[in-house]
Write a protein that binds this ligand. Structure first.
Ligand SMILES: O=C(O)CCC(=O)C(=O)O
Length: 265
């Protein structure tokens, strides 16, 4: 993570890293999702995420596809590589510290035209959230839950998808309710655009949400939430047999790095 990237992550609470996946990796990942399309779960109207905001309303829920790491070989391969992707590890070592761990299991967000948005959420201000936080101390960033999103399709201006309030991970006041509903102050809100193969990293402390999807091509984003090696948001899980040494290291339960915790370089 170079100095410009550190500055931008600290400033905005998120970072876009371009060109992480090759065209072949993007294609295989998309083929895997098409092949197992029956595993896609469309959120029901009872589980709506739009917070009853007219600005975030859609015609249907977003698609979610879990268990990507457990697909049959070779379809699981690109996702297992994403888990400990060598181009992403240095960023997580900087943002979360060595010994970082996968917290929530990897899953796909899929949105086709008309899929609803997600009301703004995140933990910034006014209370301290010991699981989702952003602190800068002793010349270093310290984060709780942090999201890594691999993009399997382009996200163009106006398409919808992930939106953030840049800098809100350091805010001290509550986000105005109408802003959370995307009804006010839109000029301070940024839609994150990027090309297929890019990765977006953001701290859960930055106030973020989702705009309804408007493009003809689907949104496909593979999300994994990581956290510092001593933290857990969700209960730890069993380490699967297929995991190699690198993958095992990010699936360790939470404990201090000093206790011979395996770390990735
Ligand atoms: O649309 C996005 O990428 C944001 C998703 C999100 O914040 C969530 O699922 O909790």
């Amino acid at each position: 993570m170079n100095d410009d990237e550190k500055y931008l992550f600290d400033l905005n609470g998120y970072l876009v890293i371009e060109g992480v996946l090759t065209r072949e990796e993007i294609d295989i990942s998309n083929q895997a999702i098409d092949r197992y399309s029956e595993k896609m779960r469309i959120r029901s109207r009872e589980e709506r995420l739009d917070g009853n905001s007219d600005m975030l309303r859609g015609t249907h829920g977003r698609g979610e596809f879990g268990g990507l790491l457990e697909l049959e070989s070779p379809w699981c391969d690109p996702f297992r590589q994403m888990l400990v992707h060598p181009k992403i590890v240095p960023y997580l070592n900087e943002i979360l510290g060595k010994g970082f761990r996968m917290d929530h299991q990897m899953f796909l967000i899929s949105m086709d035209k008309g899929a609803e948005g997600f009301i703004f959420h995140g933990s910034s201000g006014p209370e301290f959230d010991p699981n989702q936080y952003y602190i800068f101390q002793n010349g270093k960033m310290h984060c709780g839950l942090t999201v890594v999103t691999f993009q399997l399709g382009d996200v163009n201006p106006g398409d919808g998808g992930l939106i953030v309030i840049p800098g809100s991970h350091k805010s001290n006041f509550s986000c105005p309710v109408q802003m959370k509903r995307y009804e006010k102050h839109q000029e301070h809100i940024r839609q994150i655009t990027c090309k297929a193969g890019s990765v977006v990293i953001f701290t859960e402390a930055v106030t973020h949400g989702t705009l309804p999807w408007t493009a003809d091509h689907p949104r496909r984003s593979v999300l994994t939430r990581y956290t510092a090696g001593n933290l857990a948001f969700v209960p730890a899980y069993n380490i699967p047999e297929w995991a190699d040494e690198r993958q095992r290291s990010v699936m360790e339960p939470p404990y201090h790095t000093r206790l011979n915790r395996p770390v990735l370089d």
